[in-house]
Design a protein around this ligand. Sequence first.
Ligand code: PLP
Length: 783
Amino acid sequence: MASQTRAYFDCNATTPTLPVAAQAALEAMNTLFGNPSSAHLVGMQAKHILESTRKLAAQAVGAKPEQIVFTSGATEAIQTAIFSVLTSAKQLLQQEPKRRKILFGATEHKAVPQALSHWVKALSLPIEIIELPVSSKGLIELDALRALLPETLMLCTMAVNNETGVIQNLAGIEKLLLETSSPLLWLVDCVQALGKQALALRSSRVDYAAFSGHKLYAPKGIGFLYASERAQITPLIVGGGQERGLRSGTENLPGVAALGAVLKTLLEGGKPFASHEKLFQSRDRIVAELRRAFPKVEFNTPFENSVPTTINFSVPGFSSLELMDLFDSAGLRLSAGSACSAASPEPSYVLAAMDLPEWRTVSALRLSFGPATSDAEIDRGCRVIRESALALQHSCLLGEGGIEVSEDLRDGILQLRSGPSNTWILADRETRSCVVIDPVDAIAERLEHYIRCQNLRVVAILDTHSHADHVSVRPVLQKLLEDQMVSHAADPLGWPDSAPNSLIETLTLDGGAKVPALRISGDRMIARLHTPGHTDDSHAFLYGVVRDGVMRAADVLFAFSGDTILTGGLGRTNFAMSDTQALFSSLRKLGKVLGSTTLLCPAHDYQNSFATRLSVETEENGILNLALAPANDEQARLNLDPFVRKKKEIDTALENIERSFHGIVCGVSSATTGDEDSQIVLSQARLKEVLKSEPLIIDVREPQEHELSKNWKALGFNSPPRNVPLSRFVNFMRELMVDAPAGRDVILFCRSGSRSLQAARSLRRLGISRAYTLEGGVSLLGS
Ligand code: PLP
């Protein structure tokens, strides 16, 4: 993307290359391409570049040129420092056997603890690696450090943290080391400090310091290690003897030349590098914009002690991935936690070490700009933040200072996920009413906001059963939405009171069962069927069309089956209030009342399958077949014992799976599509083929992301494609099952291709075999 339109705020991950640096690298490839080890003129020119960059690097960090060794980056520099200390450790341990600990700060970049454990193991050293705790402000606890000093061989800390921007208390640590005359060797990771903090290494107590070019506008693949006079270096790489034998291999001269150009610009103090004051002003502007856009935002960066270029924040009710997807759609690039762990959004270990509340550690976003980020780019970033918040308001997901009621209600089913738990909202446009099923705590506020924003009357808030893995948030929600509730009296699972004149009617299901039901609008009702087994209070809610007082199996549109039937499994029956035989009967009961196109919407979705069909489950799940295959109840009775036995085996195995889910698993076995991903994922070349058949092209991103994508033409679309967000995907699944023109291809896409792959897999699982996803999603479209 051209720099005039760029809103790149992920400079702690990497920076664009400065034009003067790119130019210097190009020259070092085109004209000054010599090998610095060659004795001829071209070689001497290359050597000059190498040595003048070394001088600049030394000047930038307050060192002598001979104290600088060029490496491929900071990871190698860290590695070299650790390897050097450890290779001399055997001798050191003989002199001082009790000094056998290596300490590292709990918020260090992973390169440090990983290198420590790797080399201690590889060299079979009797060394103990200890993580030093940090305070809530991210500073190393000096008392803990002091207590361990007499036994410590090496200390690894960082100057500035890459996730939070926290400036480590190096002065305090240095004072402690000097006071106690500790002989330990001290490595400081200075990657995020270069260009943002004054450094005077030679006059400090620091022994080793690691630097990386690509965090400061040089290309990737160049960095350097500083080593003090008393710190020896054991080469990691030997060979031709380059870098005074400390790091062999022909030097990365284009990288060195580019780094030299950046450092020269930095040391001259001119454009494009902004002054420190200017960087603080930019931070203030972004922070103010975030506060305006998300009044409940919490900042995880302690601003009083951090570099101005890093802003780590969390917004209540939004996961980091959700917000990242949103910002990315609008063109603002930032990262969830740290870039290295962005693929698997786990809690940030840096924020967890600072003891921040769990929700902040899982929903953290890191916005980082650099000393060369232009004012115009800061403006664009602020504008995107504003627009993104507005898009969330349009989707009824955010609203501050009074809620604007949205006229635009799409009826049908909304699925809100929190981990593997589903909350379902069944909304009806005609009556502007809704029913909420199995609400979970994490989304209560968002749910309340959504319902108010849509101005929906709440007919009922229901639980399919009392959940073993979480407390229902229903009573809280009922209170929050008191003025929107149609009826206030309800039983312990939220079913409205059946006193005279209440909302409850009675209808008949296929097979003759008479059940209570709530009218949603016209001929649409939601019926309640008692399905004990998983728990004795388990129920299924059947939503469908009622004719002459009967809801026939073929007219049941959706069945909210709680934990009785899940995708790829059945609800567990080894809880105190479970009964496997009762589950068998309940499954048979469901078998009679559900149609072939009824979509089952369970309380949990461990497989990211959205919804399923009874016939698909029966085909895949042998145990379900035991209950459902026999045509009459007498024959079925013969299957009861094998069913109970098999169920016991499965439930025992589930206890093992449970450990990997960090909580209670309510019942699951496995679910597969049977199709290889290579069949589902369309490459650019295959896309061209499939496009000839005029497929249905669907953007499965959330409406707020879809709304922010304005450049459809550039992505190759003549008009915006249809948007079916995954939160409303189950409606589309039914639409395809019932009405899809036979044989039409369906191509789903999202930002990166991973969400749409899940969606395409689940369509195929339901039998829609021509569902595809686009390789790389929007990120590769139009490229
Ligand atoms: N240390 C810190 C604090 C970093 O931010 C990074 C990069 O993410 C590294 C070390 C690793 O640097 P490099 O990519 O040069 O190996």
